[in-house]
Design a binder for this molecule. Structure first.
Ligand code: 6PG
Length: 248
């Protein structure tokens, strides 16, 4: 877990982490397959990736971009994760358009999920029943402990056979497509970016209280948490609160 002083510091740390991972993956395996989350937290990091000096250092030619989840809206809609990633990043860097794989958000969600599963199976050359191994999945954390579009109390987090499923929920409450937990867990690196005091309870629940029922707690393997001080404020040992000796 890496605690940053503020949101700008968090965004710089996320951008540096993604650049480092991309450079390492391209130098060792010739490619970097990354899946982006939506929401507001990653947007400043996306904009940093589109600016110098990171833009020129990034191996765009060998990078392929996918999505962790998507709201089933038009790309021009401000809620569109793909649309926002294009506006903040992908329209501003020399990544080949053929390396950008948006979720099919304008189809009926059931069909869109199947179509993206087929795309992943093709791009990753998956044998039957295998899960794609992204080099990095960039994840957020909701106030309720959700990640991707895997919401507590919804059946989606328990799905362990499919790669992509339709979900209704979140804020805004819309139809969504989301990667399933087995796909997230198959990734080489899971990087969480969390900012803001409104996330402090969820951060504490996931990172300290061991709330295993929360979807974000069920992401396993190599995880890196980038958290700003506000979001970390209820963790034991941080200023502004934290656990007392009774854990309260
Ligand atoms: C989405 C995201 C979602 C997001 C969290 C945090 O499409 O809504 O993938 O999982 O990461 O809700 O969102 P914020 O960064 O806006 O707080």
């Amino acid at each position: 877990m890496i605690i940053l002083p503020d949101e700008p510091g968090l965004s710089r740390a996320l951008a540096d982490c993604i650049l480092h991972s991309a450079s390492h993956c391209v130098s060792t395996q010739g490619r970097f397959y990354v899946a982006l989350s939506g929401g507001s937290t990653p947007r400043a990091a996306h904009r940093l990736l589109a600016g110098e000096p990171v833009r020129s250092a990034f191996p765009w030619e060998h990078t392929s971009v996918f999505w962790v989840d998507e709201r089933c809206v038009n790309p021009d809609d401000p809620a569109s994760n793909y649309g926002n990633a294009c506006r903040d990043l992908l329209d501003r860097v020399p990544i080949p358009r053929k390396n950008i794989f948006p979720m099919p958000a304008e189809q009926p969600p059931d069909l869109g999920a199947i179509e993206y599963e087929r795309l992943l199976a093709s791009v990753f050359e998956l044998p039957p029943d295998a899960f794609p191994r992204f080099d990095l999945v960039l994840l957020g954390l909701g106030n309720d402990g959700h990640t991707a579009s895997l919401f507590p109390g919804d059946p989606a987090p328990a799905e362990n056979g499919r790669l992509v499923i339709p979900v209704l929920g979140g804020v805004p409450k819309v139809d969504r497509l989301t990667l399933t937990l087995p796909v997230l867990n198959a990734a080489a690196e899971k990087v969480f970016g969390v900012s803001g005091r409104e996330k402090a309870d969820a951060v504490r629940a996931v990172l300290e209280s061991g709330e295993t029922r929360l979807p974000a707690s069920q992401v396993s393997g190599t995880r890196t948490w980038f958290i700003d001080m506000e979001a970390a404020s209820k963790l034991a040992g941080t200023s502004g609160g934290g656990l007392n000796e009774n854990g309260g």
